[in-house]
Ligand binder design. Sequence first.
Ligand code: GDP
Length: 201
Amino acid sequence: MKINSAEFVISNSDVAKCPKDKIPEYAFIGRSNVGKSSLINMLTDRKSLAKTSGKPGKTQLINHFIINNNWFLVDLPGYGYAKVSKSAKKVFQKFITAYFSKRTQLVSAFVLVDCRHEPQKIDLEFMQWLGENQIPFSIIFTKADKLSKNKLPIQINDYIKEMLKYWEEMPNYFITSSSSGLGKEEVLNYIEGINSQLKNS
Ligand code: GDP
């Protein structure tokens, strides 16, 4: 998919106020610092469409961007900051639950995972929750350039092994690097494929 336009639409703390347009929506979510903003900027060919290196605990917002005037890319807040209080975590959970349960336009989520790290409980539990709630998702492994050519497949295989302890099948996944552009075409073509299926259905 070629990106002809990518524009910020609105930020919201309330899912009820998100755009009403019935166009396909794809949400990007992951632990803080996973590389979400960098990935969104890489996918959309924009230097700073999504703001990088946001501070933990900043206002948690649902950010809508419209791509090619025909689908929404949604930047959801990062989760999993150890320093955030228990009550803040509860607020976050409510907020995310509301987004995923009320946003009927949502076609699929992308759960971002740093490919260098062992599977993290918070990510595994979050994907479990998506599964239980029948919310389609893919995994996006980020920062692939930070691992050597030998280490990368080993690390991904270890992740798959861990996932298969809980899942019958490995969910769809992509290996990406915002520095090199790895995985860009794959992610965009995947979205384009679903969008054209939706149009024809
Ligand atoms: P966010 O908090 O998930 O939005 O993460 P950011 O996009 O702000 O990235 C966090 C840090 O990781 C920043 O210092 C980025 O420059 C760095 N980073 C993000 N993606 C990549 C990548 O693909 N490769 C490398 N080498 N660094 C990355």
